[in-house]
Design a protein around this ligand. Structure first.
Ligand code: LLP
Length: 408
């Protein structure tokens, strides 16, 4: 029987029900420390990108480790403050932000990472004299899917790095203080060289701003989802970036801190979606193993064609089977074993109805992208540490579906 730390999967399913998000606390702490160690030669801030998993219990673990946080909405500010992050350790990087949302950040004393000239002009009027950060589009983009590439001519994010003169003009009109600069090139990147290129461009821009406290090169560090993918070598990445940064500091005359903003790297591998096989159906081409979850709970395969390793909790004796693992929703795209081009069956040890399956690497962008589509309830979430487990989000009940609906 598959175990999460020291606890058998069937014990958790019996106690908490399925579908269930299971996170292992030690894996989160280990990922944080690995990253921190890769940059041990320089003063580094790790900003956790809250969007990857915003459960306050997860936020609290990262806060305890010493993380800062990247927040992209007033809701994420609210959750991060609730989890105990001090306001000065948050950076607000919302896209397409309204004045009202900027006021929420300002009232919460959270620094704003400005990402368009129009936003900068509005902020100059709203809050002259404020310390800010600027997000630049440094014209380098990368990522596991076109949906998540956030640099270059197609990207809606950031101020063109050739517009620094305009930035400086607006900044001085509003007596704003540029304390940080930032870029984020994309998500799910396993090629360290892309980060080196990004940092080089960001450092060129940094030289134009003399009072920086922090230079933030964004998130995007990938994890290996497919068996043939290799993890990024953090040590090598750390060494290369440290080299670039040290030589920048010599010219710059000061040593701003270096920030990195990972979401996926810190939480993806800690989390699994534990579900149950509830139907077996055959077409002329495929054997479909239907489960009690779907893309309403883990959208990555349907949305990006992403690969998630799937493993039966019990390895049954007998001939292997080739199967397609599906969800229980009303769309044919509701398939967990697929690529962007469509269905990709996999080999499994024998699977029967009632068996538990573990969908791995689901700790990032799993629950945080979940919805009530088809009016199924959201999964419960638990945190496991050694032989202990703790409910960190209760299973919903059907009255949740009527939340905010006025009575007839
Ligand atoms: N910073 C900014 C400004 C971002 O936009 C993002 C992610 C991050 C940091 C964190 O990126 P990470 O280290 O997690 O790659 N739902 C997609 C990923 C979308 C990422 C959006 N921005 C997925 O499931 O692959």
């Amino acid at each position: 029987m598959f175990k999460f730390d020291e606890i058998e999967a069937d014990k958790l399913a019996f106690r908490y029900g399925t579908p269930l998000y299971v996170y292992r606390e030690n894996v989160i702490r280990e990922s944080y420390r690995n990253l921190k160690n890769a940059f041990s030669d320089i003063k580094t801030r790790i900003h956790y990108a809250v969007k990857a998993n915003s459960n306050p219990w997860i936020l609290r673990i990262l806060k305890e480790e010493g993380a800062w946080a990247d927040v992209v909405s007033p809701g994420e500010i609210y959750l991060a403050l609730h989890a105990g992050f001090p306001a000065e350790k948050l950076l607000f990087t919302q896209n397409s932000v309204s004045d009202e949302q900027m006021k929420y950040a300002l009232d919460s004393r959270v620094r704003i990472n400005v990402e368009s000239l129009s936003q900068l002009k509005r902020l100059k009027v709203l809050a002259p004299g404020t310390d800010i950060s600027i997000r630049f589009n440094i014209y380098i983009g990368a990522g596991h899917h076109s949906h998540v590439i956030t640099g270059g001519p197609l990207s809606k994010f950031g101020i063109d790095w050739e517009s620094t003169d305009q930035v400086k003009k607006i900044v001085s009109e509003g007596n704003l203080k540029v304390k940080g600069i930032h870029c984020h090139i994309g998500s799910g990147i396993l090629d360290a060289e892309m980060f080196v290129r990004a940092v080089k461009n960001l450092l060129i821009t940094a030289k134009k701003f003399p009072d920086l406290e922090v230079i933030d090169f964004g998130g995007g560090i990938g994890i290996p989802y497919r068996p043939d993918e290799k993890p990024i070598t953090l040590k090598e990445l750390g060494q290369k970036l440290t080299g670039e940064y040290m030589s920048f500091c010599k010219d710059y005359g000061k040593k701003p801190e270096l920030a990195v903003e990972p979401g996926r790297y810190l939480v993806a591998e800690s989390g699994s979606l534990l579900c149950m096989v509830t139907s077996i159906n055959k077409s002329r081409k495929y054997t479909f193993m239907g489960t009690d979850t779907g893309f309403n709970h883990l959208i990555r395969p349907a949305f990006y064609g992403s690969y998630h390793r799937i493993e039966p909790a019990v390895i049954r004796e007998g001939e292997e089977t080739t199967a397609v693992i599906t969800g229980n929703l009303c769309e044919s795209g509701d398939i967990f074993t697929r690529t962007e081009d469509g269905i990709e069956p996999r080999r499994f040890t024998p699977i029967e109805e009632g068996d538990l399956l573990i969908i791995h690497n689901a700790g990032a962008y799993g629950f945080s992208m979940a919805s009530h589509y088809n009016s199924f309830l959201l999964p419960a979430e638990i945190l496991v540490k050694g032989s202990e487990s703790r409910l960190i989000r209760k299973r919903e009940t059907y009255n949740r579906l009527l939340d905010n609906i006025p009575d007839f």
